[in-house]
Ligand binder design. Structure first.
Ligand SMILES: Nc1ncnc2c1ncn2[C@@H]1O[C@H](COP(=O)(O)OP(=O)(O)O)[C@@H](O)[C@H]1O
Ligand SMILES: [Mg+2]
Length: 253
């Protein structure tokens, strides 16, 4: 079963074809990785899929429904949630508060009612808090619930970002370079977390440079070069693919 289908999607920035006639599917319950050299178009593709940028052409289907014309918040409320290549936490807020912010995409009461202090929002607030607690425990950061985000180690901040995304209860989670800036031990931990998330039934699409992580956890890999798909296969086959090796190591390989 396919949860995400990207069909012949293109995006141009001035004279630069950042994503070119690109198609691939993501199977429900799987971990799929997008790899490719810097500038290959991976983040742009994430922006197109999650509605942060409109494609010039092509279609994107999420759960069978077209989403290429929808704004990002509507796509998020349908259950596709992303993290960003660069950390976007609220530095002065606590870990729990940062995670609870994510949850508000589903909060019916919303911010206005919250401001007016209506009683039913207290109940909602409590539910959100409990959900936040659950997520922190899953991610192993519960002891930092009331710590200011900015004072956490960088690697833990990346985990909090994933917590905020999980608070939206995604069906599909898009992770843009979750291991960027992490040391080897933290990268292994991140791989474990992503596996855990998949085991919860959440499909994962990730962009990542760390090959040991990608090869270790992915069911399938799409390789981009200059906006085009040059390969799509299982990790072992990708490692042996001549075109992929050439793109990564140069023509001498
Ligand atoms: N908003 C933008 N305006 C102009 N060019 C952009 C924009 N975003 C990305 N690009 C260019 O598109 C290409 C792909 O970028 P990006 O998707 O960030 O690559 P990757 O994430 O694979 O490193 C790069 O050449 C980049 O400079
Ligand atoms: Mg990028």
């Amino acid at each position: 079963m396919t949860i995400l289908s990207v069909r012949r999607v293109s995006k141009r920035f001035g004279g630069l074809q950042a994503v070119s006639d690109l198609s691939f599917d993501v199977a429900r319950g799987s971990i799929k990785a997008l790899i490719g050299p810097n500038g290959a178009g991976k983040t742009t593709l994430f922006n197109l899929i999650s509605g942060f940028l409109p494609p010039d052409s092509g279609e994107i289907y999420f759960g069978g429904a077209p989403v290429h014309d929808l704004p990002s918040h509507q796509i998020a409320s349908r259950g596709m949630v992303r993290t960003f290549q660069h950390i976007r936490l609220f530095p002065k807020m606590t870990v729990l508060e940062n995670i609870m912010v994510g949850r508000h995409v589903h909060s019916r009461a919303g911010f206005l009612a919250g401001m007016l202090n209506l009683p039913f929002t207290w109940r909602e607030e409590r539910r959100i808090r409990e959900k936040g607690q659950e997520i922190m425990e899953l991610l192993g950061i519960a002891e930092h619930a009331h710590t200011e985000a900015a004072s956490l180690a960088y690697g833990q901040q990346r985990v909090v970002e994933i917590g905020r995304a999980l608070a939206c209860e995604p069906r599909l989670l898009l992770l843009d370079e979750p291991a960027a800036g992490l040391n080897m031990r933290e990268t292994i931990g991140m791989g474990g977390l992503i596996g855990k998330i998949r085991d919860m039934g959440i499909t994962v699409l990730l962009v990542e440079h760390d090959m040991s992580l990608v090869m270790g956890i992915s069911d399938e890999i799409v390789v981009l070069s200059f906006g085009q798909k040059i390969a799509e296969d299982r990790p072992l086959a990708i490692q042996k693919n001549r075109e992929v090796i050439r793109v990564y190591l140069g023509d001498d390989a």
